[in-house]
Design a protein around this ligand. Structure first.
Ligand SMILES: *Cc1c(COP(=O)(O)O)cnc(C)c1O
Length: 418
């Protein structure tokens, strides 16, 4: 692996990032990325790579995608000043409102784009996997819109925990298949979805939900989510008359964050911060902060950072937010961390809950628990940057988190009285 150790190497890698040289022809982001998939899936990944390069650059495809993003997803999403959080925290807080996108989060940008790509590639059906169910719902909706049958694999344990999302997927026409093997959660569901894809790699399209996986998935997902940052950058210039001093988003697999960050990577004056789930603390198994605590290794098709023990066993993770509860992270984040362009920090469960409370009370917005990690990161940043502008990626709405919020925030005495 060509590691990035010296300042000169970091500078060269940043220049390559800004010149759009990643992923390179081998699907790498510096030393990270690549395609570590079973032999049987190599041709399918190669076909997908050729198709993605062609169609994502095709003017007619882009025109159709942009029309659907406008008419069906509801883009551009708003950029909201947050005057009350600004007063409380002492910095100028702006929110990029992916919570207002159709189905309630940024995930729809990717699901729609890939479903449209699948059509162009001649696929007859879509398979996907989902953990908490948010990606499954976005997939089911996008497939209904595009007119392709959709099968979503979901761990049996997750189906119990996320029953409302299972119902939503079924209403939207998807077939939800319970996975009873392995850990009966996301990991087992991924295995089943891949098995399905191997059985018919030309007729079936595998729709991956975050900026992870073997090449070209991290590239496809970044390209489809980059609309967030393009819009936000133009909106900031128009509304605030300036770029933000800092940009902050939460990082699970890394799709909403890479989407927000990408248009700003060349803006040297913009401090970019990715917030990971600090969970209950720094010990192995107590968090899902992959960049902060992880080490390099291969997971789900790509070489990146991951949470593993001394023997290379993937670790169980914990976060109060299901969407951040993943032991890996997209390879482009591993590169951005190693060259120092993006700084990664943790926010723990308690800080995220407090940010939900403040955002609800002060701005009248119920943020997703994932997004609340970014808000808490912004509050911390604001404490040392009085009066500066901070743009926060509000990746989704928090309605889905009511079961967790009922047992936490609403169970606190001062809330229960209201
Ligand atoms: C899934 C999800 C995330 C985490 O996924 P990324 O790929 O890291 O963006 C963050 N926020 C919300 C609202 C989500 O649903």
């Amino acid at each position: 692996m060509n590691a990035i150790d010296t300042a000169a190497e970091r500078e060269r890698a940043l220049a390559d990032v800004l010149a759009g040289r990643y992923p390179d022809e081998r699907g790498r982001y510096g030393p990270f990325g690549g395609r570590y998939v079973p032999e049987t899936l190599i041709p399918a990944h190669e076909r997908l790579e050729r198709g993605a390069r062609r169609w994502l650059a095709d003017a007619a495809f882009q025109a159709e995608l942009n029309q659907e993003l406008r008419d069906w997803v509801g883009r551009p999403t708003a950029l909201s000043p947050a005057p009350h959080l600004s007063r409380r925290w002492g910095a100028q807080v702006w929110l990029k409102r992916e919570d207002l996108a159709h189905t309630g989060a940024h995930k729809i940008n990717n699901a729609l784009g890939q479903a449209m790509l699948a059509r162009r590639l001649g696929a007859r059906r879509i398979v996907a996997e989902t953990g908490a169910g948010q990606h499954g719902v976005a997939c089911a909706a996008a497939c209904a819109r595009v007119g392709l049958p959709c099968t979503v694999y979901m761990g049996a344990l997750d189906m119990e925990r996320q029953a409302p999302n299972v119902g939503r997927m079924r209403l939207l026409g998807a077939k939800v298949v319970a996975v009873n093997s392995g850990d009966r959660t996301l990991r087992a569901a991924i295995d089943e979805a891949l098995r399905d894809w191997v059985a018919d790699p030309t007729g079936t399209y595998y729709l991956l939900g975050s900026a992870v996986g073997g090449h070209p998935y991290p590239y496809i997902v970044r390209e489809l989510q980059a609309v967030i940052g393009r819009e936000a950058r133009a909106q900031m210039l128009e509304r605030a008359g300036a770029l933000p001093d800092a940009l902050i988003a939460c990082v699970g697999g890394g799709s909403n964050s890479i989407g927000l960050f990408h248009a700003f990577l060349g803006d040297a004056g913009v401090d970019i911060i990715g917030v990971e789930a600090g969970g209950r603390g720094a010990a192995l198994g107590e968090n899902a902060a992959t960049v902060v605590y992880g080490r390099p290794g291969v997971l789900h098709g790509s070489y990146s950072l991951l949470l593993q023990d001394r023997h290379g066993q993937i670790q169980e993770t914990h976060s109060i937010s299901a969407g951040l509860d993943y032991p890996g992270v997209g390879p482009e984040h591993a590169l951005l961390a190693s060259i120092g362009r993006v700084r990664y920090e943790t926010v723990d469960d308690g800080e995220a809950l407090e940010a939900v409370r403040e955002c609800c009370r002060l701005e009248g917005i119920l943020p997703a628990l994932e997004s609340a990690h970014a808000l808490a990161g912004a509050r911390r940043w604001a404490a040392t940057h009085a009066g500066a502008r901070v743009l926060v990626g509000l990746s989704g709405r928090g309605d889905k988190d009511m079961p967790t919020l009922s047992q936490t925030l609403l169970a606190q005495p001062d809330e229960a009285q209201r």
